[in-house]
Design a binder for this molecule. Sequence first.
Ligand code: GDP
Length: 424
Amino acid sequence: MSNCAIVGINWGDEGKGRMVDLLTEEYDVVVRYQGGGNAGHTVINDYGKFALHLLPSGIFRKNVVNVLGNGVALDAENLWKEIEVVREKGVAITPENLKISDRASLLLPWHRLLDELEEKRLADKKYGSTKQGIAPFYSDKFQKKTVLAGELLFPKKLKEHLMQLLEWKNLIITKVYGAEPYTEQTLDEWLDTYGEKIKPFITNTSDFLRRASENGKNIMFEAQLGALRDIDFGIYPYTTSSNAIAAYAPVGSGFTSAKLDRVTGVVKAYSTCVGEGPFTCEMFGEEAEKLREAGGEYGAKTGRPRRVGPIDFVATRYGVQTQGATEIALTKLDVLSYMKKIPVCTHYTVDGKVRDDFPFPSEIDDAKPVIEYVDGWMCDISGIREWKDLPEAARAYVEMTEKAIGCHIKYVSVGPERNSIIIR
Ligand code: GDP
């Protein structure tokens, strides 16, 4: 039996989906333990290309059971739409291979509306939300103003509970934002459509995970976003509203006694960031445009162009430490193949002082990157599968990164497909 978490080291979009898809071969259960429909994991395999937002990336493996834990923002509408897309490609999704925690809180239809209203109110000070209702959802969860998925199994009590919440929410919608109230009829329609559809998948997943572990099953915990977006340790307030770190896996999965044997941190060979907030190593102009194009850096959920920059050793080292990574998967090394000289951010300066620790959020606005250029390899490496076959400059880039971030790089990904990987 072994447990593993696959987590993002940076701002998200590091390529976690492709790593989960690859590594699930060795696992029996894949659990999502935080976040919701706000970020996408891209998986390319024999069934096609998918942007998964809520479904665990193990859904394509025949013998893998996929779990949505209690820490997830359970958006029944988006989940159901995703299930339909994946089913259409011939993947079976049943209560046998997908289990939803009865203790997961439901993202209710008004959460998306409130997200939109608040971003509109903030205008040029907006957080850059994906408007999937995640922040209103998590604040309601901790205010105890949403419902648990398991309540869908008790319809009469659920309706009473929801009506109390609706009354309170409508005060905010109408009196704070001056918008139209949410109606009981719309709520009923939502319950009849999406609530009913997800009901058969709801179960006590804590029990399931504990028993699976007792029976020697290997469990993988799949995180969303990255360390720099973690609500406690990220660049607050430009974070997500949940804990994206491995340490949260036992809580958010519902398998509270879980021990992690392995934490695989995913790092991209350069940096990207979606949304607002400090991004110290950001590149602009033609250099940025070229990198964005080469890496296809457009949001999986929103299609928004991602902000890009060189690999950032300061932020990445912090991410490795925060995640407690035991090994690293370095992805998208192939994307850098067009560069004669590759920029890397080795340090920051703040107020003229060189810093190699990651600054506190209030300081980070003033941080400036120190950039060095290293030799590129200028050839296609996407077909390479052995470490020794990589050009010397590519190996030097990986080794330099490994040293700077303080963690062994076990996997080097050179393409989006399942087998485009070098294992060291
Ligand atoms: P995630 O949210 O961490 O899973 O990352 P995304 O799915 O948003 O972004 C990763 C993108 O890069 C997807 O389009 C992947 O198919 C793609 N990708 C992952 N690894 C590699 C790689 O090594 N090379 C290339 N060229 N693309 C990759």
